[in-house]
Design a protein around this ligand. Structure first.
Ligand SMILES: Cc1cc2nc3c(=O)[nH]c(=O)nc-3n(C[C@H](O)[C@H](O)[C@H](O)COP(=O)(O)OP(=O)(O)OC[C@H]3O[C@@H](n4cnc5c(N)ncnc54)[C@H](O)[C@@H]3O)c2cc1C
Ligand SMILES: *[C@@H]1O[C@H](CO)[C@@H](O)[C@H](O)[C@H]1NC(C)=O
Ligand SMILES: *[C@@H]1O[C@H](CO)[C@@H](O)[C@H](O)[C@H]1NC(C)=O
Ligand SMILES: *[C@@H]1O[C@H](CO)[C@@H](O)[C@H](O)[C@H]1NC(C)=O
Ligand SMILES: *[C@@H]1O[C@H](CO)[C@@H](O)[C@H](O)[C@H]1NC(C)=O
Ligand SMILES: *[C@@H]1O[C@H](CO)[C@@H](O)[C@H](O)[C@H]1NC(C)=O
Length: 535
């Protein structure tokens, strides 16, 4: 549709505004290159609350980015395109989802300040250059694949901790701060950050995926730990979502809008995050159960008792077999469902009291063994079994299945009361399939990873099994992804999980903030009616 057609169908005052906007965009495209303007009138401002995919035409992007690059360098902004840089920003080895051939970024841009991010986006928005925000590169669902020929905007060099407000229990950090580095810097204050993820993950990527690690049962996901963000919108506008107080009823909570937005709404450059005092006393308790139901029942009762363990990690019998097989821990384990509890408190007496209650609850739920760390060393030794789980399973798969074995990591979450029946069903599905699998669950959050071993040529088949598992999770009021996100790999399930209207509402928000669809195109949901979903 051309702008002329639009002017014929709309009321007069609106026409005046639209015509102005269209003229402005046309000028930006230089004389003689007038384009058909699809986006602003047709997509962004119809009188609807949602935007259906079928209402859109395909986005049009810049076809010669090289021409624009001197503009960045003139501003002193670092742009690179060496082979290793391109490779690092194309995909990672952890994910099952590889970019398609040709899905490669053209340039990598490293801004150093919020202002530079704004300058970059102003240019990219004007020239219709797709921009993929990037930080640690550890995401698992094809989140940063360059599905369109464009640039990657890497915020990892913005890695300063700007302030530690010791008494307020918050920190102000730049987008590229790594969570482990933050914890090191907080150590002297006796403080810690509540969320963890892949070792190389950074604050902005964690915000963009609503990351949550093993401590989430006590400290919550990123959504519970971000007070405010500074972000740059698609057209270069810089916004700050909140001041620094923990309480605020000041308008929309735009901080939350950026949580889980996967780089599709803006580029986060700074954040105010909550931090916590490190527990003065801590221990690890390992409990082994005859069944998963006994294990999950005791988790529910632990919560009902008012206890708040830091971590509640469930390993199934297959995972315990891998651990036992690996010999990574000196202790041999029963090969039965096992929970690793981490318990912290203000002193040893409080922790011991908690352990007593835990002992009672787990005994009442048929616990077969209850191991309680007596020293710091023993704590580490015990928890190392959980920490090394991934290496143990990989080692087992390499030895027992194939040197080139791959692992498909699912990320389903269900309400806690559904966890046990769902896991039983998942075990049945695996038994009936040609695959071996292990299950690791953040049981406190009802979130589990069925990690399925497969070989390259079995990809289609394993994908079918994974689809069935996700459908099972959804049928149990769950989600396809508890912590990793949608990326471009789970978009179909988002539709199944939330329904078309909810996705259409997300698309409306996306188009109102990024009408040219330059920010991380094709992630979370489709933005192009021609998109066949084959990523
Ligand atoms: C070994 C391993 C273990 C893991 N364990 C966990 C776990 O326990 N819990 C968990 O939640 N996840 C886990 N993950 C997944 C991953 O670490 C998280 O998804 C993490 O939040 C990604 O952060 P990142 O900095 O690597 O982001 P990236 O991979 O760089 O990007 C992730 C998303 O964020 C967007 N983004 C990046 N920077 C910005 C920015 N400045 N502004 C706006 N958007 C941006 C990107 O466009 C992309 O959509 C694990 C991954 C690995 C490899
Ligand atoms: C892209 O622009 C560069 C620099 O202006 C030019 O040298 C090159 O020929 C252009 N490429 C195409 C395909 O138009
Ligand atoms: C989890 O929290 C504990 C304190 O309860 C802390 O010692 C530990 O380092 C945290 N783990 C991670 C991975 O952040
Ligand atoms: C706004 O949302 C963020 C992220 O979900 C959350 O941490 C914060 O507490 C919320 N703020 C208010 C005032 O509700
Ligand atoms: C982030 O995750 C937490 C816990 O998993 C959840 O309660 C919250 O709703 C999520 N927030 C967003 C914005 O998805
Ligand atoms: C643990 O593994 C060892 C070595 O593979 C094996 O001999 C032992 O039987 C296993 N223990 C159990 C309880 O299965």
């Amino acid at each position: 549709m051309t702008w002329k057609k639009v002017t014929l169908t709309l009321s007069r005052p609106l026409v005046a505004g639209l015509t102005g906007a269209v003229i402005a965009s046309t000028i930006a495209y230089k004389v003689g290159q007038q384009r058909t303007i699809h986006n602003p009138p047709q997509n962004a401002f119809p009188k609807t609350s949602t935007t259906k995919l079928t209402d859109l035409s395909s986005p049009q992007y810049c076809t010669n980015i090289s021409k624009v690059i001197p503009e960045f360098t003139k501003l002193g902004i670092e742009v690179v395109n060496s082979k290793p840089e391109i490779e690092h920003h194309t995909g990672n080895d952890f994910t099952t989802h590889k970019p398609l051939p040709g899905q490669v970024p053209q340039y990598i841009i490293y801004p150093k300040t919020t202002e530079e991010v704004s300058q970059v986006l102003q240019i990219c928005n004007r020239e219709l250059i797709p921009v993929v925000p990037f930080s640690g590169g550890t995401s698992l669902e094809g989140h940063f694949h360059s599905t369109r020929l464009g640039v990657v905007l890497d915020t990892s060099k913005m890695n300063k901790i700007l302030a530690v407000h010791d008494d307020d229990l918050d920190v102000v950090v730049q987008a590229g701060v790594n969570w482990q580095h933050l914890n090191q810097e907080l150590e002297p204050y006796g403080l810690m950050f509540g969320t963890d993820c892949g070792p190389q993950g950074q604050i902005s990527g964690m915000i963009a995926t609503n990351a949550s690690g093993i401590n989430a049962s006590r400290y919550g996901a990123m959504s519970a730990n971000v007070i405010s963000v500074t972000a740059v919108l698609a057209d270069g506008t810089i916004v700050k979502t909140k001041q620094r107080p923990r309480k605020s009823s000041a308008g929309y909570n735009l901080t939350n809008l950026f949580i889980g937005s996967e780089g599709t709404l803006g580029v986060v450059t700074e954040a105010v995050c909550k931090v916590y005092p490190k527990p003065k006393s801590e221990t690890v308790v390992v409990v082994q159960y005859p069944t998963i139901l006994d294990a999950t029942k005791s988790v529910a009762q632990v919560f009902r008792s008012g206890m708040q363990p830091t971590a509640i990690e469930l390993l199934d019998n297959d995972m315990m077999h891998c651990l036992n097989y690996s010999g990574y821990t000196t202790r041999p384990w029963l090969e039965v469902p096992t929970i690793f509890f981490k318990i912290g408190g203000i002193n040893d007496a409080v922790v011991e009291e908690n352990v007593k209650v835990l002992n009672k609850i787990t005994k009442a739920n048929n616990a077969e063994s209850f191991t309680y760390a007596q020293s710091k060393e023993e704590q580490e030794e015990l928890f190392s079994a959980r920490k090394n789980a991934f290496y143990a399973m990989y080692n087992w798969g390499k030895n027992e299945i194939d040197e080139d074995v791959r692992i498909w990591v699912t990320d389903i979450a269900v309400p806690l009361s559904r966890l046990s029946p769902v896991l039983d069903k998942v075990h049945e599905m695996i038994k009936a399939s040609p695959f071996k699998s292990i299950i690791l669950a953040h049981a406190g959050d009802g979130n589990f990873h069925a990690d399925i071993f497969y070989q390259h040529e079995q990809r289609r088949e394993v994908e079918k099994l994974v689809d069935l598992m996700i459908e099972l999770g959804l049928a149990n009021e769950g989600t396809a992804t508890g912590e990793h996100g949608i990326g471009n790999a789970k978009r179909n399930f988002l539709e199944l999980e939330l329904g078309q209207d909810t996705i259409d509402m997300m698309r409306k928000i996306k188009l109102s903030l990024d009408p040219n669809r330059i920010l991380n195109p094709d992630k979370v949901f489709k933005i192009d009616p021609e998109d066949k979903g084959e990523y």
